[in-house]
Write a protein that binds this ligand. Structure first.
Ligand code: SF4
Length: 224
């Protein structure tokens, strides 16, 4: 725990050294930052570095993160460790929706942060932040275990400065609305755009029909 800042409350001399006065924010953030439970999953080569960071040599249990959960219902950090393909992104968003709040996302590596070496590839999403709110980006291909540890420590620092009054999940009227899960058709589609996509598809079909009718040879042309 960080050293307590001096407060304007005086502690009686007989209680000094036994009682400390701090804010609710500090206690709450301290307990949360030191017990982050990552979701146990990996999607590409960066996951190997994540596994290595969890193993004995780097050992992120030193930061209270050793309890990697195989269920999103029990996890509060999603480390997106690898290339986010269009096929995988609906599953990743669904897993994120299943995590309880407060929850955080770490984009590990060039692929998760912006597409990496596969950017603009036909099957790859150019950054998971197009679908999830990312808290920390870690550069590298792959990032080393030290880089992942640095990213996780950066997340802890971010939590240190959060306030119960301001975080979105404690706002009055905040309803934990699920993020829209994209659907993979000919390309990724946002379900909120269905009406517009359907209208566009209908217009396109009508235009094609009209064009085909125009190009059809007349009966005279066929006879000739
Ligand atoms: S950033 Fe590099 S190491 Fe990580 S998933 Fe992409 S290609 Fe693999």
């Amino acid at each position: 725990m960080k050293e307590m800042e001096p407060t304007r409350y005086d502690i009686p001399p007989d209680l000094q050294g036994q009682v400390a006065i701090t804010t609710l924010d500090k206690i709450y953030n301290w307990s949360r930052r030191n017990s982050l439970w990552p979701l146990m999953y990996g999607i590409a080569c960066c996951a190997i570095e994540m596994i290595c960071t969890a193993a004995s040599r780097y050992d992120f249990s030193r930061f209270g993160m050793e309890v990697m959960r195989p269920s999103p219902r029990q996890a509060d950090v999603m480390i997106v460790s690898g290339t986010v393909t269009k096929k995988m992104v609906p599953i990743i968003v669904r897993l994120y929706n299943q995590m309880p709040e407060p929850k955080y996302v770490v984009a590990m590596g060039a692929c998760a942060s912006g597409g990496g070496p596969f950017k603009e590839g036909y099957s790859v999403v150019s950054g998971v932040d197009q679908y999830l709110p990312v808290d920390v980006y870690i550069p590298g291909c792959p990032p080393t275990p030290q880089a992942l540890l640095h990213g996780l420590i950066s997340l802890q620092k971010k939590i240190d400065y959060q306030s119960l009054k301001k975080v979105r999940w404690y706002q009055k009227g905040h309803d934990s609305v699920d993020l829209p899960v994209p659907v993979l058709g000919p390309d990724l589609m946002d379900p909120r755009d269905y009406a517009a996509i359907r209208e566009y598809a209908e217009q396109k079909a009508l235009a094609l029909e009209a064009q085909a009718a125009q190009n059809q040879p007349s009966a005279q042309e066929v006879k000739a």
